[in-house]
Ligand binder design. Structure first.
Ligand code: PEP
Ligand code: MG
Length: 836
C-alpha cells in the first residue's frame, strides 16, 4: 500500500500553540482557518467539519481529537494537510472527553492513513504526547507528526557512519529471544541503528523487521548507527549481540541432546500399520480418533465502527494484553524458569510492532471493523514471517498469531474460545500445526487424549505444557502428518517414541490398550511412592509442600504428593485479574484453597508487589531500582488499603476452619515484623478470629544475618532463595546473562541459610525454603542437611525430591551440607552430587 510522505502535510504555519477556544465549534473554526491560510482547503471546509461532528465522534482518545470533513466534501480540499491546535488547558470535545491537541485533517485517503499511522504511534507513547500538549516549540509538534521512522522492510540498504560487521554465530539464527534483546539494547542506546544483511536492512528497534531478515548462523551482517555518541552506543550494542552467543550455543546443545534422547521404551503394534514419525514430546499412549484443527480459518465478523471507537478499543486491548503477558511471563518464570518465560516477553514485544498497528489502522480507515482489521493484519504479518522458509521464524509466526489471538479475544469476546472451542464431544487426538502456549494451557482435558503437532520441537511450549499436563504428545510430524491426518481416522499415538499409527485393527487396539494399562499401573505405583512422606533412612521427616497460587491447582499438587501449600503467591490474584480483588473476592479464594487442601497446611503469603511484579492498575510510582525499592512488606506497611482487606479476608477465611499461616515477604528488620504483627492482631481481634502463626520470608541478606533477632517475633521462617540469591550475589534474577552464575547453591547463599537456621533455633522456630532450589533434588538434600525442615516447590518437582530425600540418612545429609559450606564456588558445591 502506498503512503505519502508525512513531511508534506504539516509545517510551522499550520501549528497554533496555546490556543484557548471557548468551544469545540470555535476550535474547529480556528484549526480550519490555519488550513485555509495555508491553501489546503476552501473556506467552506469548516462547515463540512462541523457537519461531520454532528454525525460522528472525532475524539481519538488520549486528549487528541481529529476533526475532518465529510467524504462528499473532498472537493473542497485543494492539497493535503493537517493543522494542529494546541489547547494546553483542555477543551471539552464531548461530555467527559478533554481535547488538548486538535488535529484537523484535510486529506484524501492515502494521506489519512499516514496521519493515522503517526497518531496511533503517538498515542502509544503517552509521555511524548503529554509533552506536545504543553510544548512552547511548534517545531516539536511538526517533528512529532512528520519524523516518521523508516518502514523497516523498505530501509535503504546503506549503512550509517559508525558500523561493525559480525558473522551470526547463534546456532538457531536470530530468533525472537535474542532479537528482543537487540531491540532493547538499540532502544536503550537512543540511536538510529540499522542491521544490514546483503541488500536487505532493518531498523534494529523493530523486532519484526529484524526477524524478517531471516538471519541464519554464518550470515555476515553490518550493524551501523548514527546519533549522539554513536560510537559508544554501538560498542554497547555489539557487546550485547556477541554476549548472547554463549547462551545461544548452550541452548542449542541442550535442545540437540534432548532431541536425540532415545525413548526408553515405546509401543510396537502387532500389525504393520501406516505410521507417521515425529519427535517424542510427552510420554504416554493415546488411542482414539484424530481431530484436525482447522488452522487459522477464524471467522472474524467485520463490524465497522468509528475510527475513534476502533482506535480506543485497540489501544485498550493492546495494553490489557501486554499486562496479561507480563503476568504470564512472571508466573511462568517462577514455575518453569526464565527461559520458558522469555517467550511471553517476546510475544509482548511482537505486539509493539508499529507496522502491525499501522496495518490495522489502515484496514480500519479502509472501512473494516477493528477486530477484523486486527486479525487480518496479524494474519498477513504472520504469513510474511512464515514465508521466509526458516523453521525458527515459522515458530515466531505462531507466537505472533498467539499474541494476536489474545488481543482479538479482547476485541471480539465472542471468539474468545478460539478454534479449540469446537472439539468433538468424543475424546480425540488433536492434530494441529502447532498449539500456542495459551491454547495448550487452556485445553479441555476431558476431550483431548493426546497431541500430534505438525511443527514444534521437543522443547517447544506445546511439549513442555503437554508434559506438565501429562498428555501424550508428538511434535514435528511435518508434511506427512499434515497430508495424511484426516479427522475421524482412528489412531494410536505413542508419545514416548513420537509415532502416530493410523487405522489400527482391533488386535492393534487391544495390544495398545494392554500397553496403556501397563503404563497406568506403573504410574500408579509412582503415585503411591509420591504419596509417601520424605523420611530419611534414619527416620527424619522433611515436609514437602507445593507452591500453588490457585484453588484449582491444589488437586494436581496433592496428586503429585504435596503435603500442603507452602507458598501461595497472592499477588497473582492481583496480576491476573487486571483489577484489585475485593476483600470478599479474596475471602472466597482463600476459602476455596483451604477447602481444597482438606485440613492440610496452607501458607498464604501477603501481597509481594514491586521488584519484577509490577501491577499497572495500582499506579505505583516508578522507581529507578524496583528490586531495591518499596517492595513486599515495605509496600504493605505503606498501603493499608491493600494490607487490611487482605488480612481481613485471610482471618475471615481462617475463622471457618483450616490450618492457615500468614507469611510476609521481603522483611528486612525486626521493626517491620513487629508492626505487621500488631496490625494482624488488630484485624484478628476485630473479627474475633483465631490466632494464626505469622512467619516471614528470609529474602534479604540482612534478615538472614539477623535471623536470631527476627526469630523472636515470628513463628516461622521460609527462605525465598530466588531473592536471597539475587540480593546476596548482587545478580538480577531476571538477567539471562547472569542466570548461570546466579546459582542458589553458591556457598555464600548456603552460609546465609545456615545462619538463618541457627537464628531460628535460638527461639525454637522452624525454617522452610520456598525458592526454586527447594525443587532441585540435590538442592533439597543439601537444604535438609542444613536443618531446613520444610520444602515447598512446583508440584511436578515433588516426586523426585521425595525420592532423593528418602535415599539417604539424615546424618549423611548433614555431612553433605557441611562439605558444601566449606566449598568456594557453586560449581564445587554441585560437584559434590554423586552421579547415579
Ligand atoms: C523467592 O524469592 O525465593 C520466592 C519464593 O519469592 P518470589 O519468587 O515470589 O519472589
Ligand atoms: Mg521473593
Amino acid at each position: 500500500m502506498s503512503t505519502m510522505p508525512s513531511d508534506h502535510l504539516l509545517g510551522l504555519e499550520l501549528v497554533r500553540l496555546h490556543a484557548a477556544p471557548a468551544s469545540k465549534a470555535e476550535a474547529i473554526a480556528q484549526a480550519c482557518q490555519l488550513l485555509v491560510a495555508a491553501g489546503c482547503v476552501a473556506p467552506d471546509f469548516a462547515a463540512s467539519m462541523q457537519r461531520r461532528e454532528a454525525v460522528a465522534n472525532t475524539f481519538l482518545g488520549h486528549g487528541v481529537a481529529i476533526p475532518h470533513g465529510l467524504g462528499e466534501d473532498k472537493g473542497l480540499i485543494r492539497k493535503d494537510g493537517i493543522a494542529v491546535l494546541q489547547v494546553p488547558g483542555g477543551l471539552e470535545w464531548n461530555p467527559g472527553q478533554q481535547a488538548r491537541l486538535v488535529v484537523a485533517i484535510a486529506a484524501k485517503n492515502d494521506a489519512h492513513i499516514t496521519i493515522l499511522r503517526r497518531l496511533t504511534r503517538l498515542i502509544q507513547n503517552e509521555s511524548a504526547l503529554e509533552a506536545l500538549f504543553t510544548t512552547h516549540d511548534a517545531g516539536e509538534i511538526v517533528h512529532a507528526f512528520t519524523a516518521d521512522g523508516p518502514r523497516p522492510a523498505a530501509v535503504a540498504a546503506n549503512d550509517f557512519n559508525h558500523a561493525f560487521t559480525w558473522v551470526v554465530d547463534y546456532p538457531a539464527g536470530l530468533h525472537a529471544r535474542p532479537a528482543s534483546a537487540w531491540v532493547d539494547a538499540a532502544r536503550a542506546a537512543d540511536l538510529a541503528v540499522r542491521v544490514r544483511h546483503g541488500l536487505e536492512a532493518a531498523d534494529a528497534r523493530n523486532l519484526v523487521a529484524l526477524l524478517q531478515l531471516g538471519l541464519k548462523a554464518g550470515d555476515e551482517i553490518t550493524v551501523s548507527a548514527e546519533g549522539n555518541d554513536a560510537e559508544a552506543g554501538l560498542a554497547r550494542l555489539k557487546s550485547v549481540i556477541t554476549g548472547l552467543s554463549a547462551q545461544e550455543k548452550l541452548d542449542a546443545e541442550r535442545a540437540a541432546a534432548k532431541a536425540q534422547a532415545v525413548p526408553a521404551r515405546g509401543f510396537t503394534p502387532p500389525g504393520a500399520l501406516p505410521l507417521i514419525a515425529g519427535l517424542a514430546a510427552s510420554p504416554g499412549l493415546a488411542i482414539g480418533p484424530l481431530h484436525v484443527l482447522a488452522g487459522e480459518a477464524l471467522d472474524v465478523p467485520d463490524r465497522p465502527v468509528s475510527l475513534t471507537e476502533g482506535g480506543n478499543a485497540l489501544h485498550e486491548a493492546l495494553s490489557q494484553t501486554r499486562q496479561q503477558l507480563a503476568a504470564l511471563a512472571d508466573d511462568t518464570a517462577r514455575r518453569l524458569g526464565a527461559q520458558d518465560a522469555a517467550i511471553f516477553k517476546a510475544q509482548a514485544e511482537l505486539l509493539n510492532d508499529s507496522d502491525l498497528i499501522t496495518l490495522t489502522c489502515q484496514l480500519m480507515v479502509e472501512g473494516h471493523g477493528v477486530a477484523y482489521a486486527w486479525h487480518e493484519a496479524v494474519t498477513r504479518m504472520a504469513a510474511r514471517l512464515g514465508a521466509l522458509g526458516n523453521q525458527v521464524l515459522a515458530a515466531r509466526a505462531a507466537d505472533l498469531r498467539d499474541a494476536g489471538q489474545r488481543v482479538l479475544s479482547r476485541l471480539e469476546p465472542s471468539i474468545a474460545t478460539g478454534s479449540l472451542g469446537d472439539l468433538p464431544d468424543q475424546p480425540c487426538i488433536l492434530v494441529a500445526a502447532d498449539l500456542s502456549p495459551s491454547d495448550t494451557a487452556g485445553l479441555d482435558m476431558a476431550r483431548v487424549l493426546g497431541l500430534a503437532m505438525i511443527q514444534g520441537g521437543p522443547t517447544s511450549h506445546t511439549a513442555i505444557l503437554a508434559r506438565t499436563l501429562g498428555l501424550p504428545a508428538l511434535v514435528a510430524g511435518g508434511e506427512a502428518l499434515s497430508a495424511e491426518a484426516v479427522s475421524g481416522t482412528m489412531a494410536i499415538l505413542d508419545g514416548a517414541s513420537g509415532r502416530l499409527y493410523l487405522n489400527p485393527t482391533a488386535a492393534d487396539i487391544e495390544a495398545a490398550r494392554a500397553f496403556a494399562a501397563e503404563l497406568a499401573a506403573k504410574r500408579e505405583a509412582e503415585a503411591a511412592l509420591r504419596a509417601r512422606p520424605a523420611t530419611t533412612t534414619d527416620d527424619v521427616r522433611i515436609e514437602v509442600a507445593a507452591n500453588v497460587n490457585r484453588p484449582d491447582q491444589v488437586a494436581m499438587a496433592l496428586t503429585e504428593g504435596a503435603e500442603g501449600v507452602g507458598l501461595m503467591r497472592t499477588e497473582f490474584l492481583f496480576l491476573e485479574a487486571g483489577a484489585t480483588p475485593t476483600e470478599d473476592e479474596q475471602f472466597a479464594t482463600y476459602r476455596a484453597m483451604i477447602e481444597a487442601l482438606e485440613g492440610r497446611p496452607l501458607i498464604i503469603r501477603a501481597l509481594d508487589i514491586g521488584g519484577d511484579k509490577q501491577v499497572a492498575h495500582l499506579h505505583l510510582p516508578r522507581e529507578e531500582n524496583p528490586f531495591l525499592g518499596v517492595r513486599g512488606a515495605r509496600l504493605l506497611l505503606r498501603r493499608p488499603d491493600l494490607l487490611l482487606p487482605q488480612l481481613r479476608a485471610i482471618y475471615r477465611a481462617a475463622k471457618q476452619g483450616g490450618e492457615v499461616n500468614i507469611m510476609f515477604p521481603m522483611v528486612t528488620s525486626a521493626a517491620e515484623i513487629i508492626r505487621l504483627r500488631e496490625i494482624c492482631e488488630q484485624v484478628r481481634a476485630g473479627l474475633d478470629a483465631p490466632r494464626l502463626p505469622i512467619g516471614i520470608m528470609i529474602e534479604v541478606p540482612a534478615a538472614a544475618v539477623m535471623a536470631d533477632a527476627l526469630a523472636e517475633h515470628c513463628d516461622f521462617f521460609s527462605i525465598g532463595t530466588n531473592d536471597l540469591t539475587q540480593y546476596a550475589l548482587a545478580m538480577d534474577r531476571q538477567n539471562p546473562d547472569l542466570a548461570a552464575e546466579a546459582d542458589s547453591l553458591h556457598p555464600a547463599v548456603l552460609r546465609l541459610i545456615a545462619q538463618t537456621v541457627q537464628g531460628a533455633r535460638a527461639h525454637g522456630r522452624w525454617v522452610g525454603v520456598c525458592g526454586g532450589i527447594a525443587g532441585d533434588a540435590f538442592g533439597a538434600a543439601l537444604l535438609a542437611g542444613l536443618g531446613v525442615s520444610e520444602l515447598s516447590m512446583t508440584p511436578r518437582d515433588i516426586p523426585a525430591v521425595k525420592a532423593r530425600l528418602r535415599r539417604e540418612s539424615f546424618a549423611d545429609l548433614q555431612a553433605l551440607a557441611a562439605r558444601a559450606l566449606a566449598c568456594i564456588s557453586a560449581a564445587d558445591v554441585r560437584a559434590l552430587e554423586e552421579p547415579r
